[in-house]
Design a protein around this ligand. Sequence first.
Ligand code: PLP
Length: 391
Amino acid sequence: MKGRKLLMIPGPIEFEPEVLRAMSAVTTSHVAPSFINSFGNALDLMQKVWLAPNGQPFVVAGSGTLAMDMAVANLVETGDNVLVVSTGYFGKRYQDILERYQTNVTFLDAPVGEIPSLESIENALKSKAYKLVTMTHVDTSTGVLVRPKEIAALAKKYNALSILDGVCSVAGEEIKQEEWGIDVVLTASQKAVGVPPGLALLVASSKAMQTWEHRKTLVPNYYADWKNWLPIMKAYQGRKPSYFGTPPVNLIMALETSLKIIHEEGIAIRVQKHQQLANAFREAITALGLNILPSKKEDAANTLTAIYYPSGVEAGEFLKQLSKLDVIVAGGLLPELKTKYFRVGHMGAVTSIDIISTLSAIEFALVKCGFTFESGIGLSTFQKILNKEIE
Ligand SMILES: *Cc1c(COP(=O)(O)O)cnc(C)c1O
């Protein structure tokens, strides 16, 4: 394809052709029977993909940051104590959002590449009554993967709600929202869910909905208020027309298409595929002599990998060499390490062929930057590990 580039960043990702076709379908009225059915299907499918059959799904036009904002705008009130468990850039963002709602934020982080210990989380929860705990499943700035099940269980033990920022994990990493008792799992369309940017998605537990119903004060954010959106979601799920704000019709049709693909493949298989590709990719990167940001391999995400440049390799030159081969990766995001590492997204429709192309381009760029290693060792390691895993 002329001018085709391989997009290997942590969102937007490469999308399935069927999803892109849904984007280019004729735009119908938002109350056309066919669209009502698509929207209803998308909401039903969210409950299945999130493994939250009794959860309340919300789909609104916006990015992942709106999903983060909407979750807390509806759940917190002035003066509430909130615990932010941070593993990077997006933990800081949650702190910023929560401070806007005049909550008392306790910000718990760890050295770059590490996760605050369960013990430190429990100590914080013991120290005073918290309304809620937030965590980032995969912090896209570091590629660190937290274990939401354990943190959500601690939140529950201390009677706090839990919110999982799953923007870089939903449909790529294992999440059992209802079984694990997570109150809100949120994401955005352009990451592992596999739909062009523009949708904020979340599923709220019945406990979260009850907390919202029993608020003493109005939600101080008009667009994000569940009062405006809950009747709309209920109507579409009941296959009835409704209106509050015009839904992004084509994006929602694309969401229905992508969630169908994910659900038909099976969420467990999909998660396993991400794990296999990511594991083989990490081993390949290690074989090249490069280090990843997460301190422990078991804390590394399966949707993206953050990789330190080896000494002597300069960010600008490396990324330029890669883009010569039409492979697009992302630079660093953590302000303090921005030029020290790069990030490769490997989620959604990604295939082993895409990763082989990427590894080959990485090897080429490293050679051009004067870094030496056994030629082809990254590629052969990837194939060896992957073949063993899928045998
Ligand atoms: C991408 C991302 C966000 C922000 O999503 P936007 O759609 O860019 O607003 C939040 N959290 C995590 C973990 C992300 O990866």
